[in-house]
Write a protein that binds this ligand. Structure first.
Ligand code: SAH
Length: 205
């Protein structure tokens, strides 16, 4: 069994949505990890990338995609491009992905990796994603891939379309938890889910 098949088998035990599993199966993660980590590209763990950041664990990428309940007509915003891997998986499941990263160097290498992988429905932007992307709002889904304080959610939730979903790791007392918000007709409804670990969301002072 290839490392890629072994990873999918491991993920199948936790992720039920076959579209998400297919999407992960289609994205060549080896292009998104650092050169020295190519051999571990299909290990189910986060790995270091440039600028002191990390490429997320495939299981967490899959879980977040599943929680976003993406349809192929969806417009998606990702905050925290990092390696570009999560954006690549989102791009398999949605019509278009806008992804914002503070580090220009990471955005450039993510663009290169997406190009090598032949993924064309991702727009990369450099800047602070905590303000969302008002010019392209509203979004059907927003995926935050850096640990956010609770007060970072409302400005992003304000950029959801009716029925839109947001998933974010939210920092609490020492631990972070995945939070899913949905813009229902009665307003934003939040669910607090499992604990996770992410690098912090950095907001300009
Ligand atoms: N989705 C990434 C995970 C990267 S880690 C992947 O699949 O590889 C989170 C990323 O969020 C880091 O690259 C970090 O630089 C970025 N980040 C942190 N604060 C940010 C902010 N305010 N706006 C945009 N990006 C931010």
């Amino acid at each position: 069994m290839s490392a890629r098949e072994a990873l999918l088998r491991e993920l199948r035990a936790v992720i039920a949505d076959p579209r998400v599993l297919d999407a992960i199966g289609r994205v060549p993660r080896e292009h998104f990890v650092s050169g020295g980590d190519r051999r571990s590209a299909y290990a189910n763990r986060a790995l270091p990338i440039a600028c002191g950041q990390t490429i997320s664990q495939p299981l967490v990428v899959g879980r977040m995609c599943e929680l976003l309940e993406l349809r192929d007509t969806d417009r998606v915003l990702e905050v925290g491009t990092g390696s570009g891997y999560h954006a690549a998986v989102l791009a398999q499941l949605a019509r278009h992905v806008w992804t914002i990263e503070t580090h220009a160097e990471l955005s450039r290498s993510a663009a290169a990796a997406l190009g090598i992988a032949g993924i064309e429905n991702v727009t990369l932007l450099v800047g602070d994603g905590s303000a969302g992307l008002p010019d392209e709002a509203p979004f059907d889904a927003i995926c935050v891939t850096a640990a956010a304080p609770p007060d970072a959610l409302p400005p992003l939730e304000a950029q959801l379309a009716p029925g839109g979903r947001l998933v974010a790791p939210v920092a609490g007392d020492g631990a972070e938890r995945l939070v899913r918000s949905r813009l229902a007709s009665s307003g934003v409804v939040r669910d607090e889910l499992e604990p996770v670990r992410f690098v912090p969301l950095v907001r300009p002072g």
